[in-house]
Design a protein around this ligand. Structure first.
Ligand SMILES: Nc1ncnc2c1ncn2[C@@H]1O[C@H](COP(=O)(O)OP(=O)(O)OP(=O)(O)O)[C@@H](O)[C@H]1O
Length: 621
């Protein structure tokens, strides 16, 4: 176990780097030629699979088009070579660009239509490869293939087969290093958010379509590079090499290795290359076997071999007492930094769902430095109103403005960028990310760093990331969660998840904070903690809208209450006024409204048989 602790004390990149170095020099270490060829083919397949992992494992889009991008890269390199352009770097650049173009052109319609359409369009893309190659047979050789590929060169020097081996491994290793930089960056976390909840991603200002397209198109690049390497390795390419069986084998390798993993792509590709693709008997029934791999990977091996590896690492770490980096000690409770809230005005807003009038001519004004509570019985339209403010539903009629900005014509991600943050009725936290990463993800759109800066870890990127994490720590300390910053976000109990959502909403420095039943399911202590944090947020100048069933919390916090019933505002005013309003009593509680001497809090307490529901005000009276 001591040895394990020593091994784990090395930087995380040490072992992948060492493995890469060994693979690079395998021929010199005496690997036979036939096995060398298998390593080359596995590295090429790993590149193709890594592209699928980016779109499937990280952005959550099933796409089978990797085979088409691989073909595009291979034919681009092959045609260049036939025309005397044999330089490997030139071919890699052109093949990567051509594959990227194929990715963008096929991704736009596939992703626009949502749901399974990308899987379908990419599936047909693979099916039409032979026809496309036949149409352009004067360039591609049609079904006969392209056989005039010349020996590849680098800066004018012809590469031997040993040199080409090295080139293939270097390209694969470099790509994997860059891909690791993408998925461990703030963009990688945004991909995780997007994959698990497009609604959450949108509410953080992420343009879902553009982000998915970026992942799909980025995934095209390694497939293009792989195509160029394959064309030079085989010096002959034909449509048979890019058929549906290849597309399925790429998918099977991705699922088997673990699609949400960088190194899983290499492991899955290696297994596919050594086992199935290497055996003639297997190739006869390949589709059946790939199907079996997909079932095994999907049902029995969720997360693939990569997940098994991660679990094993964790177990060994626990057994050896390897600890994560110490969490910074919490200092004195931090002051809230001022928040510049803006006035929200909802004027004459209506919403019809089929024949159901969910909202009718609703007016509401929420001011900075104040908590505006929206209450009402179940189905009265509270969440619908919240969803219309943040843009998940379009208004049928009426106008919504935040400060000087008109909102009702804007898509939800643009509204988030204008300064609307929200929490959800059921806390919305993606799996696979830590508490600190979940909170910092709220800054994805407010402080920007390009994907390229993340890939190459430029000083600009590092500065933004440092600020992300420092801000996340500040807000976690405020929410009392700093000691849990490296815990998996989804592992927290409900009360802490709600605090975490609040911290994530705050990190964007919102002009308007929308809270949807933030105290639901919490015990009294947790409600008190949320109330005290919300008071500080309000006092810092935020405009807060609170949709809430917990009347004690509403009375304690709200400066202004708006009461909805059947989609209409039936009363509004300060808490003292609202809790004695007879119409509110009758609509909200379903009572006759005759017992006017009782407040809502007291009525609720008597219905629930729980005096605490009456809160301080109720008890005082
Ligand atoms: N996407 C939708 N499609 C159709 N009807 C909807 C949709 N969303 C809400 N509704 C309907 O609109 C009405 C208002 O629902 P909403 O969820 O806004 O009420 P609520 O006051 O938030 O209720 P609760 O307190 O139970 O969350 C209900 O009749 C609901 O069935």
């Amino acid at each position: 176990m001591k040895t394990w602790r020593v091994l784990r004390s090395a930087p995380t990149w040490t072992w992948p780097a060492l493995s890469a170095l060994i693979i690079l020099f395998l021929p010199q270490l005496g690997l036979p030629y036939a096995a060398t060829l298998q390593v080359e083919l596995a590295a090429i397949l790993a590149l193709v699979v890594s592209g699928l992992n980016l779109s499937l494992g990280y952005a959550g889009e099933l796409a089978l088009g990797q085979a088409a991008m691989y073909a595009a890269g291979a034919y681009a390199a092959g045609i260049l070579s036939e025309h005397g352009q044999t330089d490997l770097l030139l071919q890699l650049a052109v093949s990567g660009a051509v594959a990227l173009l194929v990715g963008v052109v096929t991704g736009i319609p596939g992703l626009r239509l949502n749901s399974w359409s990308l899987a379908m369009t990419s599936f047909f893309l693979v099916l039409i490869i032979p026809d496309l190659l036949e149409i352009f047979s004067s360039q591609t050789g049609g079904t006969n293939g392209l056989s005039g590929i010349q020996a590849v060169t680098l800066f004018g020097i012809t590469l031997s087969s040993g040199d080409l081996y090295m080139a293939i491994i270097v390209v694969a290793v470099l790509w994997f290093a860059l891909m690791r930089n993408i998925v461990t960056s703030r963009h990688g976390i945004a991909f995780q958010v997007l994959k698990q909840s497009p609604v959450l991603a949108t509410s953080q200002g992420i343009a879902v379509f553009r982000m998915k397209l970026a992942a799909y198109a980025l995934g095209a690049i390694p497939a293009g590079l792989a195509g160029a390497l394959f064309a030079n390795l085989e010096q002959y390419i034909s449509p048979d090499a890019f058929n549906f069986t290849l597309a399925t084998s790429v998918l099977a390798a991705s699922i088997l290795g673990g699609s949400a993993s960088v190194y899983g792509a290499a492991v899955g590709a290696a297994i596919m290359q050594w086992g199935p693709n290497n055996s003639t008997a297997f190739q006869q029934y390949s589709l059946i076997f790939y199907g079996a791999f997909l079932v095994i990977g999907g049902v029995l091996l969720r997360g693939g071999i990569a997940r098994l590896g991660r679990d094993l690492l964790r177990r060994l770490d626990r057994a050896a007492g390897v600890r994560a980096a110490p969490v910074p000690a919490a200092g004195a409770p931090r002051e809230m930094t001022p928040l510049s809230g803006a006035s929200l005005a909802v004027r004459g807003v209506s919403k019809l769902f089929g024949g159901n009038q969910a909202l009718k001519d609703v007016n509401l004004l929420a001011e900075p430095g104040k908590v505006t509570a929206i209450i009402g019985p179940n189905g009265s339209g509270k969440t619908t109103l919240l969803n219309m403010v943040c843009g998940f539903y379009r208004t049928d009629q009426g106008e919504i403005t935040l400060g000087k900005d008109r909102l009702d014509q804007l898509p939800p991600h643009r509204r988030a960028r204008i300064g609307i943050s929200r929490t959800f009725q059921t806390p919305n936290l993606p799996g696979g990310i830590t508490v600190a990463e979940a909170v910092s993800s709220g800054r994805y759109m407010t402080s920007r760093a390009s994907t390229w800066s993340a890939i190459f870890r430029t000083p600009g990127y590092r500065k933004v990331r440092r600020a992300d994490l420092a801000e996340a720590d500040r807000l976690l300390e405020l929410a009392g969660l700093l000691h849990l910053r490296d815990t998996q976000a989804v592992a927290l109990p409900l009360g802490m998840r709600r605090m975490l959502e609040l911290a994530r909403a705050l990190i964007a420095g919102p002009r308007l904070l929308l809270l949807d039943e933030t105290a639901s399911g919490l015990d009294e202590d947790e409600v008190d903690r949320i109330a005290s944090l919300l008071t500080r947020i309000r006092d810092a100048g935020a405009t807060v809208i609170l949709v809430e069933h917990n009347f004690r919390l509403v009375l304690e916090l709200a400066d202004h209450i708006v009461v909805l019933a059947h989609g209409e505002v039936i009363a509004e005013g300060p808490p003292a006024e609202i809790e004695r309003n007879p119409r509110v009593l009758s609509e909200y509680l379903g009572t006759s409204g005759e017992s006017k001497e009782l407040t809502i809090a007291e009525e609720l307490a008597s219905i629930a048989g729980d005096p605490s529901l009456a809160g301080d005000r109720g008890e005082d009276q």
